[in-house]
Design a protein around this ligand. Sequence first.
Ligand code: OGA
Ligand code: NI
Length: 359
Amino acid sequence: MENMLHLRYTPSQPAALPDHYVFSSDQLPAATAADRVTLPLIDMSGDRDEVRRAILDAGKEFGFFMVVTLSSHKFRLTYQEHVVNHGVPEQVMKDMEDVCEEFFRLPAEDKAHLYSEERHKPNRIFSGATYDTGGEKYWRDCLRLALPYPVGDGTKDWPDKPEGIREKIQNFTLLTRSVGLELLRMLSEGMGLRPDYFEGEISSGDVVLNINHYPPCPNPSKTLGLPPHCDRNLITLLLPGKVYGLDVAYNGEWIKVDPVPNTLVVNFGQQLEVVTNGLLKSIEHRTVTNAAVARTAVATFLMPKPDCVIGPAEEFISKENPPCYRTVMFRDFMRIYNVVKLGSSLNLTTNLKTVQKDV
Ligand code: OGA
Ligand code: NI
């Protein structure tokens, strides 16, 4: 527990940033595109053709977009075998945000049994990033949880405090998973594929949650919450929390993502990039900290099954478009691609082709 610097959340943080959290200035370029560019916000209740087009356009341009999925919205989602007409109700998002914030405020002794540095443990708390780095630490605590589907007894190793946490997290996760699958259906249709193209092994692994907690930081300009990285899964939906903290790479600059109430931030994982042979790209992002308030954000990752073999699909390959990526079992991809190279990060926008050459 001792190296969990932040876990013991207190409103008063150390006056100075400890040395091992300090990054050199070339690793910390500012969010310069912030005032000019914002991510598209897509209302999923709109006309289906328009929503589909908006998702594909935003996806190609940014690899990131925000969606509103209020309960009044009329798109159809499959949820526990039933077709229901809602996304993630406002109350479910609020309950999720509240219970996650409350969890990190619990006394350390209520969380200690969940702490582990064992990367392969599906449910645990840890501090910093799971990527290999040069030894610098990241200003983040994380409660990582895995939800199998169907759920079965998959939540038995989850925290049981505060009261109701399991039900609230499970409820949010299943609904958010459904929104993810619906987005994948719309993307498939938009790309001229059958709607269930991304159903099956590629999207039916565990849903993994990073419940990220960034305590107030004594010197936000010198450190990071998470390094520039791309998500390695299929598609990610982020509950962005109450305050800014996420930056997205765009044309060699960083865009700030200001949270909009009742929206999820969506981005493509690297498996979607591989399958589409680069038509949809997985875009680099990072998180920054702030001095005033703690930020809690929840990334929901739709994962392939570990033994799913993933490579560019034939629909995306032609004489003019030869396969740009190798075909790898998802389990192996996760093992191999576990390194983030820091530096002037935007010049090193993660290039899967280069990374895969090292395999
Ligand atoms: C992640 C991630 C963003 C955030 O966990 O992979 O990018 O705002 N999180 O915490
Ligand atoms: Ni991420």
